[in-house]
Design a protein around this ligand. Structure first.
Ligand code: FE
Length: 280
């Protein structure tokens, strides 16, 4: 039996500020969508006003999950206390496993112009939360691109498409599906998403519909996918571009406070203590 997923909830996101005053829109990790197991947070930043991003995200810790940064415009510099440093440019992906603890900064590598991108937090299973921290950069040129027909172009960042293309990211704990799809008007995109996964669509441009029916998802809207094992997406009225993101549910208790996401409150308190006492 196969069952087509429909969009069951739409969120326009919530205006928020994080780091040293970076203006962003929070879609997951906000009152509207607290979390979507295994996804803990999704932020979109997009501004050509330097006042909205210049402060960046100075040194801060993380423990217990992975952060994925995907840049559409502009440049960001990452630096961490495990000795990793690098600049990501448009189309590049940064995949960081915080694991047992990392302290990093994420700063814009520009003083004017447009800075646009996404940051996603992917939870780690209890058994992986205290794994060694890791950092990987995937330049745009290393991300496989799939062209199904004259309508569909897919950048395969992580996971595997129905056409068999494997994503650039292989270092993640459970390699969630992370696709950047460009769909010309009149085309449709079909992708398997196993029933034990949660998934969502984040529209960058245009209007998208799932399952040939139901609500239409507009630019800068996030749509949560309901139950099923595949999704079929069509572009309504013009071309569209959207992210398709899905991951296996962990079904574990979540205790979170700021930059630490663990399974119990005690583990979160321990994270604060370890950070304060220089154990990261
Ligand atoms: Fe961070």
């Amino acid at each position: 039996m196969t069952h087509s997923r429909k969009i069951v909830k739409i969120s326009p996101g919530l205006a928020a500020s994080d780091g040293a005053g970076v203006k962003l829109t929070r879609y997951i990790g906000a009152p509207d969508i607290d979390m979507l197991d295994p996804f803990l947070l999704l932020d979109r930043f997009a501004s050509d006003n330097p006042d909205d991003y210049l402060g960046g995200f100075p040194e801060h810790p993380h423990r217990g999950f992975e952060t994925v940064t995907y840049i559409l415009a502009g440049r960001m510099r990452h630096k961490d206390n495990a000795g990793h440093e690098g600049v990501i440019n448009p189309g590049d992906v940064q995949w960081m496993t915080a694991g047992r603890g990392i302290i990093h900064s994420e700063m814009p590598e520009q003083t004017d112009g447009l800075l646009e991108g996404f940051q996603l937090w992917v939870n780690l299973a209890a058994q992986d939360k205290m794994t060694a921290p890791a950092y990987h950069e995937y330049p745009a040129a290393a991300i496989p691109e799939e062209n199904h027909d004259q309508y569909v172009t897919v950048k395969v960042i992580s996971g595997q498409t129905d056409h068999g293309t494997k994503g650039a990211v292989t270092a993640a704990s459970d390699n969630p599906l992370f696709l950047d799809v460009t769909l010309k008007a009149g085309g449709s995109f079909h992708q398997s998403i196993p029933a034990d996964h949660n998934g969502f669509i984040m529209v960058i441009d245009g209007v998208v519909q799932a399952d040939g029916a139901g609500p239409e998802l507009g630019a800068r809207e996030l749509g949560i996918l309901g139950d099923g094992d595949y999704v079929t997406l069509t572009s309504k009225g013009g071309d569209s571009r959207f992210l398709v993101i899905a991951g296996r549910r962990l079904n574990e208790p979540v205790a979170r406070s700021g930059p630490f996401v663990m399974n119990t409150k005690d583990q979160v308190m321990q994270a604060y203590q370890d950070y304060r006492t220089g154990k990261f």
